[in-house]
Design a protein around this ligand. Structure first.
Ligand code: PLP
Length: 424
């Protein structure tokens, strides 16, 4: 296969890969895909919102509660030590997925949103009035609002770099926004609304030159191609387990070790302390300092199973499969009259945002639903980006490893049906 090896690679599939996209042998691993929806075969194309779960992940959750359940880090008994081992093994799996130097660089959180809020409420405490945080116009609300709240508390300033008409970061504008006051650059690895794969390694190099740290929102990246935080040279990398075939309510934040060691805690409680007295408390070392209270132990263990699952297939193989499907979907959608893509960047992951003349995206989503095709319609939690393009929202089909040519057929047929119904 002519597989792109990283998200930054050129997503141009060979003809053989396009043919391979017709069949996705992995769909059989996902029980929900076998259930009819509205008496139709389900074409699940809302993977940007959340992915479905393979049987192995569902089983890992059930197995944990059937065989291993106990609280962690605090028990002298066998089950507690066993549960602790499983939880810490899951941390190592996350470190492996991101190529983090050490599992102690990984903090378990609820998801991307919580990870970014954690950085804002810990590292962000050091900001002074006039310090700047730089994001881009294509960020998800969860990579905008925590910084707005932080700026309101500290007097720091939130700036945003422009996006071009094709949906790429305008690097000239980005450079002009960077200056000696920039303390942090926070950007998506892959845009959830456009599919753009951002040149994170290059951005990181520019940010470093300006003396700024870099946070990468990897919510739409980790399930779709290999990610290497060391090659990206970023300081923080956040993702959600539910977008990589794992459960909801669990995710992870990678923090560069030299930064993590200095971060003050954010939530106080059990498990994050070393000692507690009324005179004052001291904090646990490493990621535990940021994991107050009983965490989502079963979720972490099942996330570990999800990571094992994608790695057993191979992220380069998944990337090639999705890229072939994206190429086909793009070609076929553009062949329809009145269809316009929003997001035509040179490097894209498996997200197709589009508009159909004369049909509101919500109406389109509703008609596709009657055909068993699940897509997302709306602003995709990226209202500033929609404002940038002067549109209220888009229809979005987002791909995962189990999607097939049949799903693309259903999407295209559904759009044709909507056009006939609307007489456009
Ligand atoms: N960032 C991006 C790019 C996303 O697509 C999403 C969710 O769609 C998030 C952040 C927030 O993820 P979560 O709701 O899992 O915290």
């Amino acid at each position: 296969m002519n597989a792109p090896l990283t998200l930054e690679g050129v997503l141009r599939p060979a003809a053989a890969d396009q043919a391979a996209a017709a069949a996705a042998p992995w769909a059989a691993d996902f029980p929900i895909l076998a259930r009819p929806v509205r008496a139709r075969r389900l074409a699940y194309l809302d993977n940007g919102a959340t992915t479905q779960k393979p049987q192995g992940v569902i089983q890992a959750l059930a197995d944990f509660y059937e065989q291993s359940n106990a609280n962690i880090h605090r028990g002298v008994h066998w089950l507690s030590q066993h549960a602790t081992d499983l939880y810490e093994q899951a941390r190592s799996r996350v470190a492996g997925l991101l190529n983090a130097p050490n599992s102690q660089d990984v903090i378990f959180v609820r998801g991307t949103t919580e990870a970014i809020n954690l950085v804002a409420q810990t590292w962000g405490q050091s900001l002074a009035p006039g310090d700047e945080i730089l994001v881009t116009d294509m960020e998800h609300h969860s990579n905008i609002v925590p910084w707005q709240l932080l700026c309101a508390r500290t007097g720091a300033v939130l700036r945003h770099a422009r996006v071009t008409d094709s949906g790429e970061i305008d690097l000239d504008d980005f450079r002009s926004c960077l200056n000696a006051r920039t303390r942090l650059v926070a950007l998506a690895h892959v845009s959830n609304a456009l599919g753009t794969v951002n040149p994170v390694a290059e951005i990181t190099r520019l940010a470093r030159e300006a003396g700024a740290l870099v946070l990468v929102d990897g919510a739409q990246a980790v399930a779709h191609a290999p990610v290497d935080v060391q090659a990206l040279d970023c300081d923080f990398y956040a993702f959600s387990g539910h977008k990589i075939y794992g459960p909801t309510g669990i995710g992870a934040l990678y923090v560069r070790a030299s930064i993590l060691q200095k971060l003050a805690p954010w939530q106080g409680g059990g498990d994050m302390i070393h000692t507690v007295s009324f005179e004052g408390s001291t904090w646990a070392e490493g990621p535990q300092r940021f994991e107050a209270g009983t965490p989502n132990i079963a979720g972490a263990v099942a996330l570990g199973a999800a990571i094992d699952y994608v790695q057993s297939i191979g992220l380069p193989v998944i990337a090639a499969h999705e890229s072939a499907l994206l190429a086909e979907a793009t070609e076929r959608m553009l062949a329809l009259p009145g269809v316009r893509l929003v997001g035509t960047a040179r490097h894209k992951a498996g997200i197709l945002s589009f508009l159909v003349d004369g049909i509101h995206p919500h109406d389109l989503g509703t008609i596709l639903d009657t055909e068993g095709v699940a897509i997302r319609a709306g602003h995709h939690c990226a209202m500033p980006l929609m404002a940038r393009f002067g549109i209220p929202g888009t229809a979005r089909a987002s791909l995962a490893l189990y999607n097939t040519q049949a799903d693309i057929d259903a999407l295209v047929a559904g759009v044709r049906k909507a056009q006939k119904l609307f007489g456009v």
